[in-house]
Design a protein around this ligand. Structure first.
Ligand SMILES: Cc1cc2nc3c(=O)[nH]c(=O)nc-3n(C[C@H](O)[C@H](O)[C@H](O)COP(=O)(O)OP(=O)(O)OC[C@H]3O[C@@H](n4cnc5c(N)ncnc54)[C@H](O)[C@@H]3O)c2cc1C
Length: 366
């Protein structure tokens, strides 16, 4: 059955990008419908690392206190180099880990509190077009008409018309409880087998961690990513795993990354977050970019509804503003991906040296 309501904007996908776009749209007085294919709370394969960049964005939105109150604070890092050397550095808290089902439920609830309507368990199947312009979406429960569509449906987007080959990282991850780990310390291993990417352990609470890895899609052609992950677990965590209890299945998900921001979508659609490939090519960080692009998209939609304008010209201006705002971080990631891994070993050696540890007030190296 078709939706008789007339929306200003329909947002497809309620990850951080979609919920932020919906919240901002509603705050600007737009009638906004937020749709997600899955019933919430839903599992999202993601380490849940809230970087300093994401913290800044959440702070600007006035959401940081809520996130920080429910998240797990990180005060240090155990860093493993390709040579096998490693060090542990601790300092003031600068990041947190927040498990994605709860983070995404919180952001969706914020969108609803701002006035958006959220319908989960409703899959978007495609666009509805009239006169060469998108005027809504088709869903598994009928068509929805809207003056603008924000596409926030993630890595496997149905909306992007980007002709560039996709740069994909493969990932595999798992969750455990009773896994021995240093409290408030995250772990990153730049193993030679994963280079230039890495594997991680992110604590989500005093008793729960997620462990995973990401690699270039063609890095282990012919070897299933689960096998690469199994080998990694065996190399680094054989002892800890004997004590740990797995929580659920191992999960894999593509990360679609880029260092060059381009926007390719039908007229009347703005892409945000990973649907627009806004994921750091070195670290896989995407939450902050999704939120920032969601806010931008909502601003451009609100302005277009108020002042008018050709939808493709609006999309071009949106692309320029994303490029200006987000591309420096993504470019920095690409530089690190190409040349940065060579810095990890010297950094770890520095971290191990007695004078540095005294100067930086670290515990003696073990
Ligand atoms: C293993 C892994 C670990 C990661 N770790 C981190 C990390 O620690 N920190 C970080 O910043 N980033 C991390 N990322 C990247 C981050 O998860 C993504 O970049 C981020 O979630 C993108 O947000 P988004 O809102 O664009 O899309 P998503 O979060 O992917 O949300 C898309 C939403 O759209 C919905 N959807 C999809 N198709 C449809 C449809 N047809 N109709 C309706 N709804 C639909 C989905 O159910 C989903 O809820 C990681 C990614 C992976 C794969």
């Amino acid at each position: 059955m078709n939706d008789a309501r007339n929306w200003d904007v329909v947002v497809a996908g309620a990850g951080p990008g979609g919920s932020s776009a919906a919240r901002e749209s509603a705050r600007r007085g737009l009638r906004c419908l937020l749709l997600d294919a899955k019933k919430f709370p839903r599992v999202k394969p993601c380490a849940g690392g809230i970087s300093p960049r994401a913290r800044g964005v959440l702070r600007r939105l006035g959401l940081w206190d809520k996130v920080a109150a429910a998240a797990y604070e990180i005060r240090g890092i155990r860093l493993g180099a390709p040579s096998g050397r490693e060090t542990v550095l601790v300092g003031a808290g600068s990041a947190v880990v927040f498990d994605r089902p709860r983070l995404d439920a919180l952001l969706a609830a914020e969108a609803v509190a701002a006035g958006a309507t959220f319908e989960d368990g409703r899959r978007v199947l495609g666009v509805v077009t009239e006169g060469g312009r998108v005027v809504g979406v088709r869903t598994d429960a009928g068509d929805v008409r809207a003056r603008w569509v924000v596409a926030a449906d993630g890595a496997n987007t149905r909306f992007s018309t980007d002709p560039r080959p996709r740069h994909v990282l493969h990932s595999c991850m798992a969750w455990f409880e009773k896994f021995p780990f240093r409290p408030h310390v995250l772990e990153m291993f730049f193993d030679a087998e994963l280079s230039p990417h890495y594997a991680w352990l992110f604590p989500e609470s005093d008793d729960r961690v997620n462990v995973g890895l990401c690699v270039e899609a063609d890095r282990h052609a012919g070897t299933p990513i689960r096998e690469v992950f199994r080998r990694f677990l065996e190399r680094h965590y054989a002892t800890e795993l004997a004590a740990a209890r797995p929580l659920g299945e191992w999960r894999g998900h593509p990360m679609v990354v880029t260092d060059v921001v381009e926007h390719h979508a039908p007229a009347g659609v703005l892409l945000v977050g990973e649907a627009c490939r806004l994921v750091n090519p070195a670290t896989g960080e995407g939450i902050s970019y999704a939120i920032e692009s969601g806010l931008h998209a909502a601003g451009f939609v609100a302005d277009a509804l108020e002042y008018g304008g050709d939808p493709l010209a609006v999309a071009k201006r949106y692309e320029r503003s994303l490029r200006w705002k987000l591309e420096p971080g993504l470019r920095g990631g690409e530089l690190f991906r190409r040349w940065g891994v060579g810095l990890i070993d010297p950094l770890v050696r520095l971290g191990q040296s007695a004078w540095f540890r005294r100067w930086a007030k670290q515990a003696p190296a073990t």
